[in-house]
Write a protein that binds this ligand. Structure first.
Ligand SMILES: NC(=O)c1ccc[n+]([C@@H]2O[C@H](COP(=O)([O-])OP(=O)(O)OC[C@H]3O[C@@H](n4cnc5c(N)ncnc54)[C@H](OP(=O)(O)O)[C@@H]3O)[C@@H](O)[C@H]2O)c1
Length: 320
């Protein structure tokens, strides 16, 4: 199975290391790596972990053609306004008959239904496990293990940056100090206000709802309010009352369609959503046949994100 990596930053490199680590059991080969500023590397025998980059391919089409890959792995940065250029990268891969695996929320949050349909028509796979909770199975859990189940809604504490900030503010530190700590831990988005204002949670909410509930919504459709109004004094008072503030992404089916909401909710400390701290995440699904069931992940890192991509590649390799 030959792989073409579009993007070779933190996630792309972690994925390449994982492919190397598991090579004896899973003989995948990375035949091309394409980046924005570093250039392009092509090697039919396998691109090494430290690629010898040449000039960047003229465009994504010529890179994909040169890679001769079976699967394109899209790991470029998220564009929170449009999901581009990742959506175009994915369409270029489909046009060349390649399956696609991505960790980028953009395409799933902005264009999931269209991309799923295009992949289906072309007889290709479009997989995205790493988009929401790193390698923890959410999409593949529902796809592979919950046949016949309808997802009625969900609630998730899915944003690490705001958890880190709120915990520090509860200790009396400022929002700015919280941002610095989240950046130090490597969990903040390039612009941390994207986390604080709830856009990251909205993108995850739209991605989950599009895949699990066929919502056909975008992050702009999410009724969204972030944690910008919180202060240490307010959080300490809430804590004394036995409660905790959590930025929660929620979805529910109504007679008018799927409704999505992101809010800094004041929850009782016995609520499951208050249980995860720091970079840990939790998602509870509301189903018709299985009641409520959930997944959580404790302190995920880059290897877990890379595993989300890897598990999709293995699943595709098994199915073709
Ligand atoms: N980091 C995480 O923990 C995490 C977790 C889950 C999901 N994700 C998602 O995974 C994706 C990648 O994240 P990352 O942390 O690896 O980002 P990153 O470190 O910023 O790396 C991005 C890579 O994409 C390349 N790139 C940018 N624009 C491109 C373009 N137009 N064409 C081709 N290559 C382009 C960059 O090229 P240069 O190297 O030349 O700059 C770089 O190699 C993002 O969508 C992110 O939201 C990340």
């Amino acid at each position: 199975m030959k792989l073409a990596l579009i993007g070779y930053g933190k996630v792309g490199r972690a994925f390449a290391r994982l492919v190397e680590k598991k090579r004896s059991a899973y003989p995948f080969r990375i035949t091309g790596v394409h980046t924005m500023r570093h250039g392009t590397a092509i090697d039919p025998r396998g691109v090494p972990l430290e690629p010898a980059f040449g000039p960047a391919a003229a465009d994504i089409e010529s890179f994909l053609a040169a890679s001769r890959a079976d699967i394109a792995v899209e790991v470029t940065p998220l564009n929170p306004q449009t999901g581009e250029p990742a959506i175009s990268h994915i369409r270029a891969a489909f046009a060349r008959g390649m399956h696609v695996v991505t960790a980028n929320k953009g395409p799933v949050a902005f264009a999931y239904a269209a991309l799923r349909e295009e992949a289906r028509r072309a007889g290709l796979e479009f997989r995205h496990e790493a988009v929401t909770m790193d390698g923890t199975p959410v999409y593949n859990l529902v796809r592979n293990n919950l046949p016949g189940v309808t997802i009625q809604g969900f609630a998730g504490a899915l944003n690490s940056t705001t958890k880190v900030i709120l915990e520090l503010m509860l200790e009396g530190r400022t929002l700015e100090q919280g941002i610095l700590e989240a950046q130090r831990r490597g969990v903040a988005e390039a612009d941390p206000w994207f986390d604080i204002d709830g856009w990251d949670s909205a993108a995850k909410c739209a991605a989950l709802a599009n895949v699990l509930m066929d919502a056909r919504l975008t992050p702009q459709d999410v009724d969204r309010k972030g944690i910008g109004q919180q202060t240490p004094a307010k959080l300490i008072e809430i804590d004394r009352a036995g409660k905790k503030v959590v930025l929660v992404s929620r979805a529910r089916r109504t007679k008018d369609g799927v409704r999505l909401r992101v809010r800094a909710e004041v929850l009782d400390k016995s609520d499951l959503l208050t249980a995860v701290r720091g970079t840990s995440n939790l998602l509870v699904l509301e189903t018709d046949l299985m009641g409520q069931l959930g997944v959580f992940t404790i302190d995920p890192g880059l290897e877990q994100t890379a595993y989300g991509l890897f598990s999709d590649v293995v699943d595709i390799a098994r199915s073709i």
